[in-house]
Design a protein around this ligand. Structure first.
Ligand code: FMN
Length: 124
């Protein structure tokens, strides 16, 4: 299979509340499972950072949708390219939130292994 990945950063147009985030994740996870896409979304107060990976035609289509999505702006590609194997094979879309964003939802440490893995991919 022709696997491809893209990592981008974007700016939320407005802060998503818990319902908004839940809705976004539900749709994303449903569609990603259907289209064999995996990845991770990091929600920070000022930015989304997302890695998506899967069959190239599906990633092209999805990234097109994502770039047109009004919930964020300034979608900027950080890394993209073919891959031999997935970085996040077990995640239809993992979510990491920054502490300051949703204190109520159970926090995620930005030093979390999965987050560090993404930063490694970005070579930061
Ligand atoms: C930050 C962010 C991340 C998103 N991640 C995904 C995703 O991983 N998978 C997905 O199908 N849609 C994702 N979406 C939603 C898509 O932009 C789009 O709404 C969705 O694919 C449905 O497409 P449609 O609105 O054209 O029906 C994301 C949107 C935003 C704002």
């Amino acid at each position: 299979m022709n696997l491809y990945y893209t990592v981008y950063v974007s700016t939320p147009t407005r802060t998503l509340d818990d319902d908004g985030l839940r809705e976004l994740l539900k749709v994303s996870r449903d569609l990603n499972s259907r289209f064999d896409v995996t990845g991770m979304l990091i929600c920070l107060p000022e930015n989304y950072i997302q890695l998506i990976e899967g069959p190239k035609p599906h990633i092209d289509q999805l990234y097109n949708n994502i770039q047109r999505d009004k919930r964020h702006m300034r979608v900027t590609t950080l890394r993209e390219g073919p891959i031999e194997q997935r970085y996040f094979p077990d995640w239809a879309m993992a979510l990491k939130e920054s502490p300051s964003m949703t204190v109520a939802q159970g926090l995620v440490n930005l030093e979390d292994d999965k987050v560090l893995q993404l930063f490694n991919i970005l070579e930061y």
